[in-house]
Write a protein that binds this ligand. Structure first.
Ligand SMILES: Cc1cc2nc3c(=O)[nH]c(=O)nc-3n(C[C@H](O)[C@H](O)[C@H](O)COP(=O)(O)OP(=O)(O)OC[C@H]3O[C@@H](n4cnc5c(N)ncnc54)[C@H](O)[C@@H]3O)c2cc1C
Length: 254
């Protein structure tokens, strides 16, 4: 699969433009946390409740009935972060915004860049697949309803994408991925202690992929007590009029 130069006469290459393979990155980070730093992962369990009260150790209750105690609890539950906050008397107004991507079948592909073509965008997905997005389709999504690769809307996507890469028509769409973006109600990232639940720290943003490297550094600095000024505009206190700030204590450096 390649871009057809007889149909696409002008291409602007943005050298800094790129994408992140978020699943692979998350997997590698979790593996490193376990192998290098002794983290423990509890898979397949849901956090049912978070208890964060002033003067008490924060605790997390899991769906297998176990309870974990912690210096503090970090809420990075993405679109479910608002629900998780409400389970601990925290306040976090998060909207859920659905988005759909289409992944081609497997074929040798020469695509190495993000392509923003009229109406459709494309990028590599592994060495042999292409991911396609037709932004106008997002508004047709309904939470809880899956789309399959035989959905009639896939034809619309292939029609647009094959204007740029004609062989996509032969490869077709193999899978449809529907994701949910967490959008804080004012559109701005939320980073910091919840003013209503002592020891509960939120990290929620729509730009979770782009901002992850800088957020990771700033959040670590924040949790160890240095209060980076870059985070001041993003504090959760803004959702609670004149609320007293009741952050948890900083992590003790070991
Ligand atoms: C269509 C689309 C377009 C996007 N575009 C961009 C973009 O242009 N730029 C960008 O930077 N980012 C983009 N994103 C990323 C997105 O907006 C978020 O920023 C990102 O997914 C947040 O990552 P996260 O790790 O905070 O949350 P998530 O990836 O949502 O992970 C949250 C995790 O918490 C778990 N969880 C939730 N509730 C519980 C519970 N009660 N118990 C246990 N576990 C729980 C979930 O299972 C999940 O594994 C896009 C996402 C989509 C879907």
């Amino acid at each position: 699969m390649s871009i057809d130069s007889s149909k696409v006469s002008v291409v602007y290459v943005m050298p800094g433009d790129g994408w992140i393979e978020t699943r692979g990155l998350a997997h590698r980070l979790c593996t490193a946390a376990v192998r290098r730093h002794g983290a423990a992962m509890r898979m397949g369990l849901e956090v049912r409740a978070v208890k964060c009260r002033a003067g008490a150790t924060p605790t997390v209750e899991l769906s297998d009935g176990s309870t974990l105690g912690a210096d503090m609890v970090i809420n990075a539950a993405g679109p479910d972060a608002g629900m998780l906050a409400s389970r601990s008397e925290g306040v976090l107004p998060i909207e859920r915004s659905l988005g759909v991507s289409f992944v081609s079948g497997s074929a040798p592909s020469q695509l190495r860049h993000v392509v923003h073509a009229p109406g459709v965008s494309l990028r590599p997905d592994s060495e042999t697949r292409v991911m396609m997005r037709l932004e106008s389709l997002d508004s047709q999504l309904v939470e809880g309803q899956a789309w399959t690769s035989s959905d009639v809307r896939c034809e619309q996507v292939i029609a647009g994408a094959s204007q740029v890469m004609p062989n996509l028509r032969h490869v077709g769409i193999e899978s449809v991925r529907i994701g949910i973006r967490p959008i804080p109600i004012d559109g701005v990232s939320v980073v910091g202690f919840d003013p209503s639940a002592a020891g509960l720290y939120h990290v929620v943003t729509h730009s979770g992929a782009t901002l992850a490297p800088i957020l990771a550094r700033l959040v670590c600095a924040d949790l160890f007590g240095s209060r980076p000024p870059e985070l001041e505009s993003f504090r959760p206190d803004r959702f609670v009029a004149s609320a007293p700030v009741r952050g948890g204590s900083s992590v003790q450096s070991k």
